[in-house]
Design a protein around this ligand. Structure first.
Ligand code: HEM
Length: 410
């Protein structure tokens, strides 16, 4: 793959993120882009993609790029059916689209709730979920890591928010439908169909929030969010609803694939795995390195130019879609020496697996804690774990998402 690609001329190069070879190993493609077309016109998506670390980092810090998809020069006219008006409100009041004068205050209000220190207190709850879910995912001497990892994030978020048991399946289905339809390239009818149960789902979310306001608890994330105040300012009702919704949408597939690919990378590097098993204090950095070495994201979140500008040596139009390729940037030699080497002791202070700048991942500490606790539990329970073949993939607009990844556990 590598050799064939490295000789490709730009006019012959096709960026196909659903090709089976790309799903198995996207890095030759990303390297070709970094080396031959660091600012690449992706005709199929009517977008520009950028792949070098320095450009991606600069873009994420640059407020002339916005997350607001309505600024796209080719944005289709939005005609939301009246029954989906609630969905539109959820989106409009969510962190991605809030105008700057609300985005900052909302992040400030909730940042301590999601900080590394707050998340430390969630570890026992995460561990309990892992122990239970592992039992459900083992059959005979095999464990489907993708299945286990897929069950964990929604279970954790439901536990942390103390969602009543009878609402959990619905709210998780809502999160999944919203996450998988958050793709401007999909036909609008397909998006509307996926989220058609919105009125029932939103009514459920409102009920949970109202019940909790009337019956606050001492130890749950939702009561903390309801109470979050900063010098008298607090979240509006719509912002609170959107934030709770975002926890269901944003963390699911990403955390699942983070765990599954971390296990995959470690199992393919037996010497490093052995080092981690000998010295578990190496695990935190090793897990972070798995997110750099083989990040599961096909693309980062698309951004839209709020004005015409020169960027990374090329002119960009107002309204142009620009997609940062985090996974490509994380293998850029300029930022990570010997980038194709999996190095569990690497200095990762400048990593961008969770984005950077204004929209950097709000759930990063929670995701890291889930990854670390899950991988550590797997390694200590199944020290002889071995892969049983390679992962099977499922269609996914944003990720190389595993459908199945079986390992032998004894
Ligand atoms: C391995 C797991 C995860 C990865 C790799 C990841 C990655 C990211 C990235 C790259 C962004 C930036 C998007 C942008 O540039 O606009 C982001 C934003 C966000 N993430 Fe995560 N994420 C993960 C898990 C989670 C979890 C568990 C939660 C919460 C339960 C979460 C909540 C959010 C939210 C709310 C935002 C939007 C922040 C804003 O716009 O200000 N994420 N995430």
């Amino acid at each position: 793959m590598m050799d064939i690609l490295s000789e490709k001329k730009i006019e012959d190069f096709v960026l196909d993120m659903d090709a089976p070879s790309f799903l198995v190993d996207p890095h030759p493609t990303f390297r070709w882009l970094r080396e031959n077309a660091p600012v690449y016109q992706w005709q199929a998506r009517q977008a520009v993609v950028i792949s070098r670390y320095r450009d991606v980092k600069a873009m994420l810090a640059d407020r002339r790029f916005s997350n607001n998809y309505r600024l796209w020069e080719f944005a289709p006219p939005e005609q939301w059916p009246p029954e989906l008006a609630d969905f539109q409100r959820l989106i409009d009041n969510g962190l991605s689209l809030l105008p700057d004068h609300r985005h900052g205050p909302v992040r400030k209000l909730v940042s301590s709730t999601m900080s590394a220190r707050s998340v430390e207190r969630m570890q026992a709850c995460i561990q309990e979920a892992i122990d239970e879910l592992l039992e459900q995912s083992i059959s005979e001497n095999r464990l489907d890591v993708a299945k286990f990892a897929g069950l964990l994030p929604s279970r954790v978020i439901c536990d942390l928010l103390a969602i009543p048991l009878d609402m959990r399946d619905d709210l998780c289905a809502f999160g999944l439908a919203a996450a998988r339809s958050a793709n401007i390239a999909l036909p609008i009818d397909e998006i509307f169909a996926a989220i058609s149960p919105t009125p029932r789902w939103v009514a459920m979310l409102r009920r949970v929030i109202n019940d909790r306001r009337d019956n606050p608890r001492a130890d749950d994330l939702l009561s903390t969010l309801i109470d979050a105040r900063d010098e008298g300012a607090k979240l509006s009702e719509d912002e609170l609803l959107s934030l709770v919704f975002a926890f269901f949408v944003a963390g699911g597939d990403a955390t699942k694939n983070g765990i599954a690919w971390a296990v995959h990378t470690l199992l393919h590097h037996p010497a490093d795995l052995a080092a981690v098993q000998r010295d578990p204090s190496l695990l935190r950095n090793a897990v972070e390195e798995t997110l750099r070495f083989d990040m599961f994201a096909k693309t980062g979140f698309p951004k839209y130019c709020t004005e015409a500008m020169d960027f990374a040596g090329i002119p960009l139009r107002k309204g142009q879609m620009v997609i940062p390729l985090l996974t490509a940037a994380l293998r850029d030699e300029e930022a990570f020496p010997n980038p194709d080497h999996f190095d569990i002791r690497r200095d990762l202070r400048h990593t961008i697996s969770f984005g950077a700048g204004q929209h950097t991942c709000l759930g990063a500490a929670l995701a890291r804690m889930q990854l670390l606790t899950a991988v550590s539990s797997l390694l200590s329970r199944f020290p002889e774990m071995k892969p049983l073949g390679e992962p099977e993939f499922e269609p996914h607009p944003l990720m190389r998402s595993m459908k199945k990844y079986e390992v032998a556990i004894r």
